[in-house]
Every structure is written in C-alpha cells, then in structure tokens.
Design a protein. Structure first.
Length: 592
C-alpha cells in the first residue's frame, strides 16, 4: 500500500505544491531553446507523484526549477508559477531567499551521490553542516543529531560511518547518507531525482523501502523522477508522463498502467522488460566454444601500515570457470563488487590474472602485448557509459575506423566504405560519420560503440552493463540490435548486468556471482525460474514488478554476514565447489 493511501482522504488531497504553465528556456548557440513547455501539476500532501519519461524529457530541469537550482544564466524560467501550500511563490526568488526554503521546506536527493557529497569532508561533518546552516540544533548537539539521522536511514555501523569519507562507502551507503542529509531539516517535500538508477537491484529495493518507511513516519510528500517504470509501479500514487519537455499524459498509477491513453505512454510501457515474459530460446548445439575460461583468478595487492607494504589481497575473482559457444549469450549477474566487470577486463587482458583464457582456441595467458594483438581482434568490449568511452575531440567516424587502422586492415576508400557499412549496420545514417559524440543521443552513442566493437569482426563481445544507462525504449532497440548481430555474425556474448529483467530477455545461460565466485549457473530458465542458491533467490526477490496491482514481497534477508573479498596474505579465499543439481544446473555448496 502506498504512503498516501494510509493518510486520510481529506489530508491526502491537500496541495502542498502547485506548478502552472511552467516554461524553461536554455541558451544555445542557435538561440533560446524551450526544454520544458507549459507544464502543470499539483503535488498533494503525503503522496508520491512520479515524473516519468526518457532522457531529455525535462524531468530533471523541472526539479531544478522547483529547487531554484537552474544553472544561470544558461537556463531560466521563461513563464509560469511554482507555488507552495501557503502561497509562497518560488519563481523569481533570490538565491538568499531560496536558501531558507531549501532543506527546511523542500529537499532533494540527486541521482549520483558521489558527485553530490564533498570528497574531502567526513560524513559526520557534512551532516552537521546542514543542521547548523539551517539552525536545527546547537553546535554541541550536532554530532548526536547527525548520528540519529544515520540511524534513521538504517545505515549499518552508524558511529563508524560518521568518521568516514564518501569514497569509503558503497553506492547504497552513499545514497542513504544523501537521504539523511535531505531529511535533516524535516522538509515537507522530498524530490528524488533517479535515486536508484545506479544501484544494484537489492540495494534499490532497500532504498525504495526506506523512502516509503520515512514517508509513512514523517508524512513527507515525494516527487520522484525516474525512467524506470518498475519503480513507478512500485512507488507512485500518480504519474505525469513527459516527452520533449511537454506533458504527454497524467493519471493515477493503476489507471496509467491498465489503459494508457497516448501512443507514447503505450510505447514506454511496452518496452519495459519483465521477468518471465521472454520467449523460450532454442537450445544451441555447443560442439565448440569461442570462449573457454578455466580457474580464473584476479587478485589485487592492498597496502597499508607505516611502510605501505602489501599486507592483504583483494580476491576480485576466485576460481571461475565457464565456456561460451558461438551464437550464445552467457549472462553474468550479481551485485556491485562481485567481480563481473573484472572478468570482462581479464578477457581483454586489461588486468593481470591467473588461470586460462582461450579465445577461438588461442591461449591468452602469458603472451606479450605484441603476441596478444591478433588474438584481441577476436574479442571486443562495449562499455556501460558510451559518453565516457568515446573521445569527445574525435569524430565518431574516425573512432569507428581506428581499430581497422591500428590492425592495418583497411585504408583509403576501402576504410571509408567499411565505416559507412558499419554505421548503416547499427542503424545510423552514413552522413553522421563526421559528427562528434556530443551531437548524438545516449542510444545513438551506444550504437556507435557497437559499430566500433564490430569493426574487426570479432568472435566474442563483452557487453559490460551496456544498456543500463539507457531509457527503456532505447534499451529495447539496442538489445534487439545486439540479437540481430548475434544471429547474423554468430557472436558469443558475455553479457554483464545487474538487471535481472534484461538478463531474462537476452541470456541463453546465466551465471550468478557473489564475492568473486560463481554460486549458481545454468540455463536461463533453470536459474531465473527455479533458483536453488539463497543468493540468487535474494536477487530475484528484489526485482520490482512493472505492475501496480502486484505488491512485491519483502526482499529475502541475506543469510549470514555480508563477507569480504579482502583477506590477509596468509589466508587464501575459501572455494565454494559447484554441484550439479540437474543437467547443466550447478549450485555452490559449503566452502572447501
């Protein structure tokens, strides 16, 4: 049951924020551009209203306008009003006046906590700063109040966290700190801008439940901004769907999901991946394997003490084995820090490792960079953030051509023809070759990265969270492109993700990782429909349902302590041997 449903009907219908005719302009070299146009909505006491839509729809700009945080002079409110319950008008107020409103009446949780927290201040000092700035307590009372706030957001070992810096905390812990800071002054309204986008599914579920619990306890009204329709279904009372700065549709959440009135809302909901909805994939004949990994171990030395000597090791990957056949997708799933991405990097020899990695039967271990070069042609990588993996100073055509030039495979008109073919192959016009990365959308940039990965006609591709930063409709189109390429080229994919619904769509086989080891593996249906390991069941229990009529049961509690991959030099990591519980279905048992 939503928080607003637990508040009396009369109280829940009381408006606390009213937005009318909001229009926001930004300056561009070509002149003023409207990014939000004539937007209007009412936020009622105790409810959760979701602003939903794809990147660039104007959701975050709306939130910044409400907070008085639009980047000036680049952006400004051209017209419209934003009014609090007591008639206070927020548009046109000075920065000094807005400082009194922020934190005490309206507060905000930003998408990326690492960029929102001060890296050179302890968590305790940052909490105390907010409390003292807004006169919530005396200087002598601030440390105790900061500790209470961390306990309120259920942060483990709260006393220890006060003295730590942001980089010492996990992503979920940092987001809890951001929530504590946002709630420090007991605001009437909490704006949550994509608060769980970068989080693992289990941490996401915990953060959403925390927001609901705090909402019930304090009667806080929530304006949530997200492109995740599963989160919308789980959290929202009402939804405003935005597109290109305009309101497409507004409705109660159940009404929207049951009978969307606009074509765009129907398209958005149809693109949402759902566990169990993907058709059964035909069984592949695995007579040979493109990728063969045996007893893979990746360990990083850790230094400490007065002499900065190596005194421990981080066992990032420990004793991992798997094979991938041509045309097959093996999905690696697990929480952040479990070793998924490290395995992908090891396959490209980007990190030192022990064990055996064979690509097309060729052993990679122990080879010099020169000897590795021809083998690396057969395995390429698509990274999570296409913006960060493209060079902003080079045209995208040159970046797609670069692998061909480095390996001496094409030049002159042949090179140009090959690049144009690659662009058309990933669904981009050939006349876009001379553009720069900033001239493309996120989905288009990811297509460019796919074109670059295909340039050398590899046999295997590592896709490391390659669609997690994309909107659902763009994500669906990119996944369809990857499927088409796999069928045509016989590509083997190692698909790394923490999104179980996406995994359900793309995987032939699934390997679940925890603390550097595989704890369960098998076909997609074996692992996702009949999970045998407690850790797998916990991951699946945290997946949000994109259906507001279904209430997700509580996340299964973790069995035993969290554990750590860091061990003293003389303490080898325990191995968890896999036992076959059904043909092709392997589950880890007790440590050997």
């Amino acid at each position: 049951m939503s928080a607003a449903a637990e508040i009396s009907g009369r109280e829940a219908s009381r408006p606390v924020l009213t937005v009318k005719g909001l229009t926001i302009q930004v300056a561009t070299p070509e002149g003023a551009k409207i990014v939000v146009e004539d937007l209007g909505f009412t936020l009622n006491h105790g409810e959760t209203l979701c602003l939903a839509g794809e990147s660039g729809s104007g959701k975050s700009m709306t939130a910044l306008a409400i907070m008085g945080l639009l980047p000036k002079p680049m952006a400004r409110i051209a017209s419209g009003s934003i009014t609090l319950a007591d008639g206070t008008e927020l548009t046109g107020r000075s920065e000094r006046a807005m400082r009194k409103i922020r934190a005490q009446r309206i507060s905000m949780i930003f998408q990326e906590p690492m960029s929102s927290l001060n890296p050179v201040m302890t968590i305790g000092k940052q909490l105390e700063e907010v409390l003292l700035e807004h006169g919530m307590c005396s200087r002598s009372e601030a440390p105790a109040r900061a500790l209470d706030l961390l306990r309120d957001v259920q942060l483990t070992e709260a006393e220890k966290r006060l003295a730590q810096y942001p980089h010492e905390l996990s992503g979920g812990m940092r987001q809890r700190v951001m929530i504590a800071i946002a709630l420090a002054c007991n605001p009437e309204i909490l704006i949550a801008d994509e608060p769980t986008t970068a989080l693992d599914v289990t941490v996401q579920a915990e953060v959403l439940e925390l927001i609901r619990a705090l909402q019930r306890e304090h009667g806080t009204t929530v304006l949530m901004i997200t492109h995740d329709m599963g989160v919308v279904a789980e959290m929202a009372d009402r939804v405003v769907v935005m597109r290109n700065g305009k309101q497409e549709e507004a409705a109660p959440v159940r009404e929207l999901f049951a009978a969307p009135k606009t074509a765009y809302a129907r398209e958005l909901l149809a693109a949402v991946p759902r566990i169990g909805a993907a058709p059964t994939r035909p069984e592949l004949e695995r007579t040979r394997h493109t990728v063969d990994v045996e007893d893979l171990c990746v360990r990083f030395p850790m230094r400490g003490g007065l002499l900065n000597r190596v005194n421990a090791r981080l066992h990032a990957v420990e004793g991992v084995n798997f094979r991938i056949a041509p045309g097959e997708t093996l999905a690696l799933v697990g929480e952040s820090g479990c070793g998924k991405s490290t395995i992908g990097k090891a396959m490209l020899s980007l990190v030192p490792y022990e064990g055996s990695i064979r690509i097309e039967g060729q052993q990679m271990a122990g080879l010099s960079p020169h000897a590795l070069k021809p083998i690396r042609r057969n395995v390429q990588m698509i990274f999570q953030d296409p913006g960060a993996s493209l060079d902003a100073r080079m045209t995208v055509g040159k970046q797609v051509a670069e692998p061909l030039v480095v390996h001496g495979l094409a030049s002159g008109s042949e090179l140009q023809d090959r690049v144009e073919w690659l662009f058309r192959r990933v669904g981009l016009p050939a006349d876009h070759i001379d553009r720069f990365p900033h001239e493309f959308s996120g989905g288009q940039r990811q297509r460019i990265c796919i074109a670059r990965a295909l340039a050398l006609r590899p046999k295997a591709i590592v896709a490391d969270e390659s669609v997690s930063a994309l909107d659902v409709s763009v994500q669906a189109r990119v996944l369809e492109l990857l499927r088409e390429l796999q069928e045509e080229e016989g590509l083997a994919y190692l698909f790394i993700s923490h999104d179980m619904a996406v995994i359900d769509q793309v995987a032939d086989r699934v390997a679940v990782m925890n603390l550097g080891q595989i704890v369960e593996s098998g076909s997609r249906d074996q692992v996702l429909r009949d999970p045998q390991h407690a850790y797998t069941r916990r991951l699946l229990s945290a997946v949000p349902f994109p259906d507001p009529t279904r209430q997700r049961p509580p996340v299964i509690a973790r069995e035993g302590p969290v554990g750590s991959p860091v061990r003293p030099l003389d303490d080898p990591a325990p191995r968890f041997p896999l036992a076959e519980v059904a043909p092709g279905h392997w589950v880890a048992g007790d440590a050997a």
